[in-house]
Every structure is written in C-alpha cells, then in structure tokens.
Design a protein around this ligand. Structure first.
Ligand code: UDP
Length: 459
C-alpha cells in the first residue's frame, strides 16, 4: 500500500545547474514558493556545497546534494564542457536516483521536480519515480526562442541572412544572435548545452521562465502556444521580500556570499547618481587589452566608480591602477543588488548577463552594455532597442571596446538629455517589474496557479 503522507504541503525538489547565474534565480523562485506554502529541498552538487560556508537562508529550506562527477572543483576540474556535461549526466542520474529513492521513503516524499533546463536528463530520472517535472528556463524568452529554433533546425546554420525574423521577436541582425549561433562552430560544447535544453521539453508538465509577460509579451505569447509556459520572474530577491523571510539576508540572492565585500559605506559618502558601477558577472573573462581600455576609460571619465574585478582577473589590471585612480573602488565581489539599489549609483556597465539585466530593469538603473558572448549579445540588443534603458559600448574591428568609447558612453548616460530619457525609462521598467511580482501581478498569478496545481495533485 502506498505510504500515507503525514504532511499535505506539496514538496518540490529544486535542481539548478551549479553556477551563480543559475542558482540565484532558482533560489529566489524557491523562496517565493516557500512564501506560498510549498516545502523546498534545494539540490546542490557536492563540489559546490563544499564552497559554501555561510548560508543566510531561511531554515525552512532543506538541502541535499548530488554528484556532478567532479566532487573537488566541479566544472573547473573538468577537461572541457563536453566532459563535464557527459559526466554530470551519468553521475548525476545515479546520485539523483539514490536521492529520490531516499526521499520517497520519508514522511514527506517529493511531489514535483523543478529542474534547470541545462540538465534535461533529470526528466528521465523523475519520470522513473512517476514525478511531474517543471523545467526552469534561466534565460530570456527571446533567447530561448532563438535557441529552440536552432535545436529544431528551423534556422540555417551558420547564419547566412543578415536580417532574421523569428516569431514574437523584432527583426534581428545575425550579429544580435547569441554568439554560439552567430559565430557558429566556435564553441560546439556550449552550443550543445544550450540547444539540448529543449530535448525533453515535450515531457515537461510546466515550463517556468525567469522573465515576465510585460518584458517580452509577443515572444511569451508565441511560446505559450507550444509549451505549458508560465512566466514567473523577474526572480530578483529584493522584490520577493516577505516578513516570514525576515531572518534572511534581504539581498540573499546568492549562496556564494563568503567573499563579498560591502561597498555601501563607500557609496554613502558619494552624491546621488554620481557613481558608475562596473561588473561583468561571475564568469566572463576579459582580455588584458580590454581590461586596460576599461581602466583607462574609467580613469578619464573622472567619475566615481566601483569595479568588480574577480581574483582571476586582477593580474590583468594595469600596474598601480588602484592607487592611481583615487576615484575608484575595486572589489572582488559585492552584493550587487544592494549596490544597484543605492541612490549614489548613476549607471551600470554590464556584460548583460540575464540576471544582471533583470536586476538593472527591476531596480531602475540605466545600463552601458558591453556584452562578451552567449545570450549577453541578444540581451544587450533588447536593453538598447526594446526597453531603451541603455547604450551599447561598441567594439572596434578587433573586438575591443576602446577607452574613448567607454568614456563617451558614460558621458552620454550621465550628462545628456538622452541619458535622462534612459533613466526615466529605467524607472518605468522598475515599476513594471515590481508590479509583475507584487500580489496579483502577472508573475505572481502564475506562481499562485502553479502552487494551486501542485496542491490539487497532492490531495
Ligand atoms: N553578482 C553579485 N556580485 C558581484 C557580481 C555579480 O552578486 O560582484 C551577481 C549578480 O547580482 C547576478 C549574478 O551575480 O545575480 C550574475 O549573473 P548574470 O546572469 O548577470 O551573469 P553570469 O555571472 O551568469 O555571467
């Protein structure tokens, strides 16, 4: 006889791909589910769980681990992305199978597996236990649509047309496409990872996307015709505050908080809108030339700046740069949301990772877009031409954004009428984004519907 569950609260197992940009939004979504009465078990890789020493998370979360096959070092210990993905699929399947087996024999077995689209093999394991699955898309719906077309081979690759029209998207130039498609063949491993996201999507009971209807209405409508799609974002922590989570670090968007440095005291001493905040996210690696151009551009602007330079990038800085640039603060890591929310910040120089883009939109900060690769290129196009909250730092023929360009962009943003317009637009999107996740907003309703469906299935 089936084991009678003592607990009527639906229980979700949440499994992100183990990098910052994937864990953060799935963590925020989990918090939202928790607020709505769902029990959450967050699954991390063994390797990642070793790097986490401070977890400012609500006690209601439970944690479990599975193995990606690289228990010391994770992705960095793998020879290449192909080896990592293959090994993760094999080892992850086995260890997830064991975990689900363990959890099914508890008083509160799992009711649903919410998995990152980067890990499509999870569907096979979940279905073995007859569990419904919700696939979580961490990228913009515009980017998902493009990658889905590539997966279906509805796009001719390499891209031959200069202008391409896809359903729900504005006319795009080939150079606006994610780099793995525009520069087809340069990174086959990543191309495979991104297109394989859709290999099991037909079996998903729900498709959850970290965006909102209002941000990408046409493309969301198109995708809703082919997938059981619910937009549930932006999954940005400060918007998901709730008294029940008061113990939490308000800005606890990250569980990689061990090496963050507070910039707030420094920002407190600066005038309103005077600081340029510069960050290229958790993974992008810039060439030494590009770092020199950035350093020079920031210095020549003669404006205050905070620049996030990770340890792995520090050696590329010009010698003595930190001493020479008395207007700047260079830190390894910060609580980005706290910084973006500070009134001293005037603009955000970003690589346009999807989380950073959503954070800029949600906090009303105009952007200087310097995308490096992958979906950042397409996000930058939307930032500039669709949401109109930023300018693009255009690279030269060598692919480098020169110091004069950076200086010009900062001036345009901080000193011109056009810059003022972009600030106004950013404030408009801030309120749109907040409304989406506020009670009865489009994303809030979708989350409520998802919770109701889970609860109905549980009974
Ligand atoms: N981030 C942060 N502190 C930093 C730099 C980045 O908290 O100093 C966070 C940022 O708020 C965002 C994430 O790291 O949530 C980066 O994700 P994104 O998708 O923008 O870029 P990725 O790191 O995936 O390239």
């Amino acid at each position: 006889m089936e084991k009678e569950s003592k607990n009527k609260i639906p229980h979700c197992l949440v499994i992100p791909y183990p990098t910052q940009g994937h864990i953060n939004p799935m963590l925020q979504f989990s918090k939202r589910l928790l607020q709505k009465g769902i029990q959450i078990t967050l699954v991390n890789t063994i390797s990642n769980s070793k790097t986490i020493t401070t977890i400012n998370l609500n006690k209601s979360f439970q944690f479990e681990t599975i193995s990606d096959g690289f228990d010391d070092g994770g992705l960095t210990a793998a020879e290449n992305i192909n080896t990592y993905i293959d090994t993760f699929r094999r080892t992850g399947s086995q260890t997830l199978d064991q975990l689900l087996h363990k959890l099914t024999t508890t008083d509160n077995p799992v009711d649903c597996v919410i998995h990152d689209a980067f890990l499509p093999w999870i569907v096979d394991v979940a279905k073995k236990f007859q569990l419904p699955v919700a696939v979580f898309l961490t990228q913009a719906c515009s980017v998902n649509t493009i990658n889905f077309h590539a997966f279906k081979r509805w796009l001719d690759l390499p891209l031959l047309e200069t202008e391409i029209v896809l359903p729900g998207l504005p006319k795009l130039e080939a150079s606006d496409f994610p780099s793995f498609l525009y520069q087809y063949g340069t990174h086959p491993g990543y191309f495979g990872l991104l297109t394989n996201q859709f290999s099991m999507i037909d079996q998903a009971d729900w498709v959850l996307a970290n965006t909102s209807y209002e941000l990408e209405p046409e493309v969301v409508e198109w995708l809703m015709k082919i997938w059981p799609l619910k937009t549930i974002g932006p999954c940005v922590p400060s918007m998901f505050l709730d008294k029940r989570l008061k113990d939490d670090n308000e800005y606890g968007g990250s569980i990689f908080t061990t090496n963050s440095e507070s910039c707030i005291k420094w920002l407190d001493t600066k005038p309103k809108g005077s600081v340029v905040y510069v960050s290229f996210g958790s993974r992008a690696s810039l060439g030494e030339d590009q770092i020199h151009e950035l350093a020079c551009g920031l210095k020549n602007c003669r404006r205050y700046f905070i620049w996030i330079v990770r340890d792995s990038e520090k050696g590329k800085l010009p010698k003595d740069f930190s001493e020479l640039s008395e207007k700047g603060l260079i830190v390894r890591w910060c609580q980005q949301l706290e910084v973006l929310q500070h009134e001293a910040v005037g603009c955000f120089v970003t690589h346009c990772g999807w989380n950073s883009t959503l954070e800029a939109l949600s906090l009303g900060v105009p952007v200087i877009a310097i995308p490096i690769w992958t979906d950042q290129i397409t996000n930058a196009k939307f930032v500039v031409d669709v949401w109109k909250i930023g300018v693009r730092g255009v690279a030269d023929e060598k692919g480098i954004v020169r110091s004069e360009t950076i200086e010009g962009c900062v001036k345009e943003m901080m000193e011109t009428e056009k810059g003022n317009e972009m600030k106004k637009n950013a404030m408009k999107w801030k309120s749109v984004a907040r409304n989406c996740v506020d009670e009865s907003g489009s994303s809030d309703e979708n989350i409520a519907e998802f919770v109701n469906e889970l609860t109905r299935r549980r009974k």
